[in-house]
Design a protein around this ligand. Structure first.
Ligand code: MG
Length: 298
């Protein structure tokens, strides 16, 4: 299934996309299924099967996709988004080169987080205040959605815990990131700096997450192009190691890292500016597009 959260009169609603139509799953099930993505993910496999059934039999009770406003699939995660740093070799190389340091690939996954307040959805503006940062950068990332709780998950059991996948942009204020060194939280955590969407594709439908093309364009110009098979720590490894002693729960989001082609490592460096449009695209999921505006220009 391709699942979205869309804006309805009564607030955000969970929908399943069927070609160019949206099925409101709570309405189609007469209220049996939750009306929110987090509720639905947490409801477990029997609810997911029920939804699949409803979508297959969807009749007249549908809304044209073009008529709804699509929100972030999980507009307000319950926890911080967990992110992987330096998880593509060519990105680790460009980052070392830009910093004038020798390349040292991580021997263990580097985890950091972005707060739930940084999440925005498709077409929402990435907003920055030029008096705070002038080095706003892009990072396309395949984003995992956990479906089944677990701790100490063995690598060969990780896929049993996956609900689905979405596209993410780990927007980064490089000046803040490097000024507040030793951690990356500050520079990665500004409001609007975690666009996700446009949909979650469930794990039964996106069966090869370790072999997906990932791309980023700014104003229509290609900036990043790679494939998730280039991940240093693959999905089973990064989730298994994270889960050692740490409980993962339904609805948890994990951004898997970005490939080469980010702005700060370019010659000369490039950063996002007021009026730019940044698009991240992941094979099998779709394109997440966000305009960039400065706070003073709003
Ligand atoms: Mg990143």
């Amino acid at each position: 299934m391709r699942l979205i959260t869309f804006q309805a009169d009564q607030g955000p609603r969970l929908g399943a996309v069927l070609d160019d139509r949206v099925v409101d799953l709570a309405r189609a099930s007469n209220g049996d299924l939750p009306d929110s993505m987090l509720g639905f993910v947490g409801a477990g496999p029997s609810a997911w099967d029920r939804a699949r059934d409803l979508v297959a039999r969807a009749g007249g009770d549908v809304t044209p996709l073009a008529s709804v406003r699509i929100l972030a699939p999980i507009p307000r995660p319950r926890k911080n988004i967990v992110c992987l740093g330096l998880n593509y070799r060519d990105h680790a190389e460009e980052a070392a080169r830009a910093a004038g340091k020798p390349l040292k690939l991580p021997e263990h996954p580097i985890y950091f987080t972005k707060p739930a307040t940084s999440v925005i959805g498709p077409d929402e503006a990435i907003v920055y205040d030029p008096s705070l940062t002038t080095e706003v950068d892009w990072e396309v990332e395949l984003t995992l959605v956990i479906g089944k709780a677990g701790r100490d998950i063995a690598p060969d059991r990780v896929m049993e815990h996956m609900f689905g996948y979405t596209a993410g942009n780990d927007v980064s204020a490089r000046d803040l990131q490097f000024r507040h060194g030793g951690q990356w939280f500050k520079g990665k955590s500004l409001d609007t700096f975690a666009p996700i969407g446009p949909c979650i594709v469930t794990a039964d439908e996106l069966t090869a997450p370790g072999n997906l093309d990932v791309r980023c364009r700014v104003n229509g110009v290609d900036k990043q192009s790679s494939n998730t098979r280039e991940l240093i720590f693959d999905i089973p490894s990064m989730v298994s190691i994270l889960s050692a002693g740490v409980t993962l729960e339904p609805g948890d989001l994990i951004m898997t890292g970005t490939p080469h082609g980010v702005g700060f490592a370019r010659t000369p460096p490039e950063f996002l500016r007021n009026g730019d449009v940044v698009e991240v695209e992941i094979e099998g999921i779709g394109t997440l597009r966000n305009p960039v505006v400065t706070r003073s220009a709003r």
